[in-house]
Write a protein that binds this ligand. Sequence first.
Ligand code: IPM
Ligand code: MN
Length: 373
Amino acid sequence: MTSESIVGGGGSARSAGQASSRQGSAFRVGVIGGDGIGPEVVAEALKVVDAAGIALETVAYDLGAGRYLRTGEVLPASVLDELRELDAILLGAVGPPVGSSEVPSGLLERGLLLKLRFELDLYINLRPFTPTPGSIAEGSDFAVVRENTEGSYAGEGGFLRKDTAQEVATQGAVNTRFGVERCLRFAFDLARTRERKSLTLVHKANVLTFAGDLWRRAFDEVGDGFPEVHRAYDHVDASCIYLVEKPSRYDVIVTDNLFGDIITDLAGAVSGGIGLAASANLNPERTGPSLFEPVHGAAWDIAGKHTANPLAAIRSAALMLDHLGEAEVAARITKAVVEHAVSSSARNTPGGSYTGKSQMSTAEIGDAIAEKV
Ligand code: IPM
Ligand code: MN
């Protein structure tokens, strides 16, 4: 293969003779392995892309807990500027070990992953689920469209009288008509292309009467432009029951940032394990690169043990290729991932570890997929 790699973002290991300019028609992809099992699963994803015959010019970015502990940097402005120029970004996982005293909670999440989502205007977080046989959601097939730049993730709020007995903390949720509408348009557009053409808004409109009201009115108004799409609404708590007891109810779900975070972990768990759940953080207007990553986290408990399941990262790479216009190759990789998950579904059931530990090693799974594509 003709793939080349260089090191960006102030890294020191730029290999001699490898140019940083775009090579022929190869896509320039920034690779952020990140923390814990992130680098391990991303390596397998790149292996599969290469085996599928797609040449990438990868630029490795050393970002995450390691860099922070070494240099105090999370995402230097110059690195962000470099990332803006790429065709896409593939990310493993970001976050320190749970309970780490060296990295303040939220510093990497807010300073790196969420910052990229906001700065690159990745306003859609698309998470497709193809449940394996034997999983709770077996037989269903659905996707969650999570709003990715607003809600309680926007960072509105603060402390009053911090560290006193009268301390107050508020954490607001930002819902702009603009942000909600563009998310809904994407979701309706996606639902329109699917066989069942059904879109369910998930919220908590009976309690969050301001945000929920805005979402519901926008849902109806945007939906009027998509008469072929069937509309439904579920409260988020009820949707947790449906995802477990009757997931076939869903085709496409659209929801806000925090609800989307929570229900996609549940959706992963009932679909064969979070180790299979992939995601695309999309800038649909393509004013910059989109970012692709598994739904799971850094899973420090199994880092370095070669047991992490790379299927979610591999499927995320397929979402990336699809976004880059390589739909046929992307479909091939997705099919291989799903087939592998089916054949090994007994081993992918949750319970091993957070990422759905498999009995095959991380590299063996990567090899098996690479052989099929
Ligand atoms: C996810 C993750 C992130 C989120 C964290 C790491 C900030 O849980 O992508 O679902 O909450 O969005
Ligand atoms: Mn999450």
